[in-house]
Design a protein around this ligand. Structure first.
Ligand code: COA
Length: 199
């Protein structure tokens, strides 16, 4: 039996933060890299659950929640909401000197204090964005396709005309998956790509 796909439910935050960490090093376990196990989730999971719970879906198997896809229909509006209502508390909890500046934790803390902004030409055509992460036990069985398809349907129904995402060039597996799912490269950086598709 394949995993069940359903909406995220309140109370599952911790499970999703853990999945984020366990896939946070270009698709593989990042728990050896970070001193603070919640830091990645505070950036890549928490605000999506808080501000866009309708577009948070999980894959559940016999052992529990094993994957998620998170998205927002309007990245510019989401960035503004985070600036107002998510980053201030995190900045207070994680001052800039919380960790050595060039450590993995330190780099995430810098990001909390100076979050990247999606480029205007990308969000004009592809205003939505997403994150998808599955534990190894759920990978390679079609759950990624099912989760992503459900997310794209929901974002299209919410009126978004297109969607983008960021992926590390070290994560060739994910890049192959996104291509297969209809995404193409729209921006290339040294260590990452932005990929996008119409909805
Ligand atoms: C990347 C990830 C989301 C893909 O999900 P998945 O469940 O493993 O992928 P699926 O089994 O649903 O594959 C969907 C389709 O993509 C294809 N595909 C998957 N990976 C591929 C690859 N590297 N190259 C080409 N095609 C690929 C599959 O063959 C399948 O094709 P089909 O449905 O047309 O037969 C999942 O492996 C994952 O979470 N990895 C770890 C975390 C991660 O890297 N997240 C992305 C961070 S940007």
């Amino acid at each position: 039996m394949g995993a069940k796909i359903r909406n995220y439910q309140p109370g599952e935050e911790r499970a999703l933060y853990d999945i984020c960490l366990l896939t946070g090093d270009s698709g593989v376990d990042a728990s050896g890299l970070y001193q603070d196990p919640a830091l990645l989730g505070e950036v890549y999971v928490g605000p999506y659950l808080r501000f866009a719970p309708d577009h948070a879906l999980v894959g559940v198997d016999d052992e529990g929640v094993a994957g998620y896809v998170l998205g927002v229909p309007d990245t510019v509006a989401f960035e503004a909401t985070c600036e107002r209502s998510w980053w201030p508390d995190l900045r207070a909890r994680y001052p800039l000197d919380s960790f050595p500046p060039d450590s993995p934790d330190g780099r995430i803390v810098r990001l909390i204090h100076n979050p990247p902004v999606a480029s205007p030409d990308v969000v004009e055509r592809y205003p939505a964005h997403l994150h998808i992460d599955l534990l190894p036990r759920l990978q390679g069985q079609g759950a990624g396709r099912r989760l992503l398809t459900a997310l794209l349907d929901g974002l299209a129904a919410a009126g978004a005309p297109g969607i983008h995402l960021g992926v590390s060039t070290a994560n060739q597996r994910a890049i192959g998956f996104y291509r297969r799912m209809g995404f193409t490269e729209v921006q290339t950086y040294t260590h990452s790509l932005v990929m996008a598709r119409a909805l």
